[in-house]
Design a protein around this ligand. Structure first.
Ligand code: NAD
Length: 370
């Protein structure tokens, strides 16, 4: 069978290559056992790219990412490059990819797998079965708005300022992503802003309402002030399906939602670009954790966030829902069976390293596919 799904793999630094190795084993399994194959190219990013080419995101990597249907990204950075000038820092690698691929919608699921219900900061009953998707606008808003600066006024007073600014098109395109995801899930979007005190928030609400009425009337839309949303996430998180927010509010709310689920080693993410004619869209999938220099090279990193990012890729970029579910279910069964990496260790569980965790996931995939 010809492989027509083009995948660029960027392992990066630290534990990036360690967890990516497990993702590649799962993709090999998919090719062998599910006839789902990928045309995989490996590229350089972060410190690894800096060492080899002098740049944390060389042009060849950007070109390969543009030519691919999806990018699977590990992690970048580490103390080795602490003294490198700002423009060459490994972290610039991911920023350039986001910018050059036009990746404006950051998707972070907050999913509580049953075996990890005790790892949450909330009571088990509040989070058991939790499954929220946060869609954060990631290329606009106050982190990029102009004017911005720190200045001294004529009377000698110093002031610092940023600008929250969104165009109609910027709001509409990220809203479409949220509504589209809701259609594949439980059919509800909660759009978050501060329309009570910010005009840009009032405009956000207006545009989201218009997109909803014109294109997604089958989806339930509710609006919520960002401060209330933070409170509701901590008090009654299961009321949410998809949360849609600006760059700033999405940043805060997605970290709060992450805390509800337990460990960094379990959290995947996706960042999507605009849909092009034919339905293709640029997409990058990565765990939300970094390169974890404190544990790199020891073979103890949790590969689950990387594997769950791979599952997101199969579902969103390639429409392979059944295969995505297989990975998610396999991970849930492995954790339920009592195997744990150090970061999610629980009393009575067996502590294992990265590759043994990968072995266990593959064994479980075999059982599920039998
Ligand atoms: P980090 O996410 O790398 O690590 C934070 C803590 O969580 C560490 O104690 C680490 O051991 C642990 N941890 C993270 N992932 C884990 C996993 N899969 N399994 C087990 N434990 C895990 O964050 P940091 O320490 O603040 O940053 C380290 C480097 O990573 C820095 O250079 C930072 O800039 C970079 N970083 C990169 C990305 C990215 O590539 N997108 C994201 C965040 C941080």
């Amino acid at each position: 069978m010809p492989a027509n799904r083009k995948l660029l793999v960027l392992p990066g630094d630290g534990i990036g290559p360690e967890v990516m190795a497990e993702a590649l084993r799962v993709l090999d399994w998919m090719a062998a056992r599910r006839a789902v194959s990928f045309d995989v190219t490996e590229g350089l990013v972060g410190g690894a790219a800096l060492e080899a080419t002098g740049h944390p995101c060389p042009d060849e990597t950007v070109a390969a990412a543009k030519a691919a249907d999806a990018v699977l990204f590990g992690a970048v950075g580490g103390p080795k490059w602490d003294k490198v000038e700002f423009e060459r820092r490994p972290e610039i690698g991911i920023l350039r990819l986001r910018k050059d691929l036009g990746l404006f919608a950051n998707l972070r699921p907050a999913l509580v797998l049953d075996p990890l219900v005790d790892a949450s900061s909330l009571k088990p009953d509040l989070v058991r079965g939790l499954d929220i998707m946060i869609v954060r606008e990631s290329t606009g808003g106050i982190y990029f708005g102009e004017p911005r600066g720190i200045e001294t006024l004529p009377d000698g007073t110093r002031r610092g300022f940023d600008t929250e600014s969104y165009t109609e098109a910027e709001i509409a395109r990220v809203a479409r992503v949220a509504f589209g995801l809701a259609r594949q899930r439980r059919g509800k979007v909660t759009s978050v802003e501060k329309a009570n005190v910010m005009l840009s928030g009032r405009f956000w609400r207006q545009v989201v309402t218009e997109v909803h009425a014109a294109e997604f009337p089958d989806v339930t839309l509710e609006h919520m002030y960002a401060d209330n949303c933070a409170m509701q996430l901590a008090a009654r998180p299961k009321q949410f399906d998809v949360i849609l927010a600006s760059n700033l509010f999405g940043d805060l709310l997605s970290d709060l939602a992450a805390a509800l689920t337990g460990s960094l080693g379990m959290l995947p993410s996706a960042t999507l670009g605009a849909e092009q004619p034919g339905g293709r869209r640029a997409a990058l999938y990565e765990p939300i954790h970094g390169s974890a220099p404190d544990i790199a090279g020891r073979g103890i990193a949790n590969p689950c966030a990387m594997l769950l990012s791979t599952a997101m890729m199969l579902r969103i970029s390639f429409g392979l829902e059944a295969e995505a579910r297989l990975i998610e279910t396999a991970i849930e069964h492995v954790l339920g069976g009592g195997l744990r990496t150090a970061d999610i260790m629980a009393p009575g569980a067996a502590r294992v390293g990265t590759s043994v965790m990968g072995d266990a996931v593959l064994r479980e995939l075999e059982k599920l596919a039998a």
